[in-house]
Design a protein around this ligand. Sequence first.
Ligand SMILES: [Zn+2]
Length: 399
Amino acid sequence: MKYKIPSKYLLLFFCVVSLLSNNPLHAQKKEFVLVLDAGHGGHDPGAIGKISREKDITLTIVRLVGNLIEKKLSDVKVVYTRKTDVFIPLEERASVANNNHADMFISIHVNAAKSRAAYGAETYTLGLAKSQSNLDVAMAENAVMLLEDDYQTKYRGFDPSSVDSYIMFEFMMDTYMDNSISFATDIQKQFTQSAKRFDRGVRQAGFWVLHRSACPSVLIELGFISNYSEEMYLTSNIGQNELAESIYSAFLKYKNNHYKKLNYSNGDESESAGIQEKRAEDNRKVKEAKDSDDIKVTPVNTKDEALNSEEGKQMPVFKIQIKASPTSLKSNHAGFKGLKNVEYYKEGGMYKYTYGAETEYSKITKLKNDINAKFPDAFIIAFVGEKKITVSEALKYVK
Ligand SMILES: [Zn+2]
């Protein structure tokens, strides 16, 4: 008789395996893995200028950056999402990063605007767009998923052209935010100092490809193909080399600052030094906040036993986020409008206040309706264990 493993145990097994950070494959890794992603390709040209196409510029720059690193940095493994003129779906680009246990993901693009006057370089990290122009850039880049036949299933109903879809990026806990922003800041510094580019700054927006990559990640918009003089620069040898050198220099600094300890020999270091430091700092911040506050804190980076069910399998917990503040607030703060048992968690340097904790989605939506008159902007968030996840992901667990 054939023994059949019940599917729920199989599911549990995969959950446990994926939760184990002591993955031996990862532990034996001694090099820094950098994934370089040349935007667009194949039947997707990206933005089109007078004399060039985005997909060609991004590929050239990626190859130049990759060559510099391969020549000069023997402890870095460069992985390319594409090295030729082919179409790669967005989801696959992120998979390349995840399958290779990337330590950094750099996606390279070229901007375009209706106004031909717009010019300059900008670097994005994942986050909720704070301005229409940032949102427009993310919408334009995410729109490539529409070129795939099955994009609705593949991208789980995410509509790149609907503003509502982007709300999910506010729900997201990005563990890698600080590292991504520090790298993005150095890229912009190099662009302005070495390549004499106009600095459009470090920005945040909801890029699918960044959200799916489980490592620090940035998306660079090198310049505007729609501005003729910038297009000339982007297509010139001098321009392309200056841009590539700038990215290389910023990367070198990042690697030296964050991954000095990467060349360990015992092979049991499961997390990069940067992430360990980040985690320690988060825990310290949570502790500090706890000491100086009278509101219960939801730990974001430590185990929360209360969330474990009897099987040890973690169930998502839904909460309602009612308020965010750069400073910690007392439980009797006017902004809570008399609500009792408010909790908070820290994310992106903000104190985020929540109300309620339910494992059933229907109960949390009911609770949200109850407080809707007082908190019309409140929204539902979800945690599984210490990890904040998207509500749509959480709903898959509970179904
Ligand atoms: Zn692009």
